[in-house]
Design a protein around this ligand. Structure first.
Ligand code: SF4
Length: 216
């Protein structure tokens, strides 16, 4: 069932939408334009539990895996950017004297996929805006943390393999994210369904397969 048409400018998006968009833009259409019930799968529940376990492990560990000697870790940071109309909850951020570094925990055993890289870059942009927006430091950098820090890289931490991948947050990635936000808002406002993913292996793992009648 179609929802009522929205003005694209007022559509607030999340970092999860960025991840889904780079997986397949159709997921965004189904999420925002159709009243579908998204089941909470066992996989999702296991993922949440692993994140909690990883958080408590991280609190006891050093920062060697991130090639850092010192830094303050903060977990489950709620971030929002007025400028981007984007929000999300970041698994962990490390604050050093010079840098703020976003870290995402993943349950996958594979290396960084494109959508995970863009998800991390989107968190980097949110973190940056929280630290710099309108020159007013917000809640996350009160106390001993100073607001002005670079956000130029992040890490994806793969829980099953314990591997950590450093991801550079490039100007190109930032541009792709801004373009994606424009495209998502346009698509949602017009309620237009995008082409199906050309990568059929993605459809096999997708919770929306039964709604995509046009895929072989
Ligand atoms: S089933 Fe395939 S085309 Fe349909 S939303 Fe999922 S990934 Fe995209």
């Amino acid at each position: 069932m179609m929802g009522s048409k929205k003005s694209s400018l007022s559509i607030e998006l999340t970092v999860t939408d960025i991840k889904q968009y780079f997986y397949c833009p159709r997921v965004i259409y189904f999420t925002y334009c159709m009243s579908l019930i998204r089941p909470t799968t066992t996989k999702m529940e296991l993922g949440k539990q692993s994140h909690w376990r990883e958080e408590s492990l991280q609190k006891r560990r050093t920062l060697v895996k991130y090639q850092l000697i010192k830094g303050e870790r903060r977990f489950n940071l709620r971030l929002r950017s007025e400028r981007l109309g984007l929000s999300g909850v970041l698994d962990m951020a490390i604050f050093t004297r010079r840098e703020a570094i976003p870290v995402e925990f993943k349950m996958s055993t594979k290396g960084p996929s494109l959508n995970h890289k863009y998800q991390l870059a989107a968190y980097a942009m949110l973190l940056e805006d929280e630290l710099f927006e309108r020159g007013k430091p917000r809640v996350i950098c009160q106390g001993p943390l100073r607001p002005r820090r670079y956000v130029r890289r992040g890490f994806i931490h793969y829980i099953p393999t314990r591997r950590v991948h450093e991801i550079e947050v490039t100007a190109n990635a930032r541009k792709h994210i801004k373009d994606a936000l424009i495209d998502m808002r346009r698509m949602i406002a017009a309620e237009s369904i995008p082409e199906a993913s050309r990568r059929k292996n993605r459809c096999r793992d997708c919770e929306f397969t039964r709604f995509c009648a046009d895929i072989a």
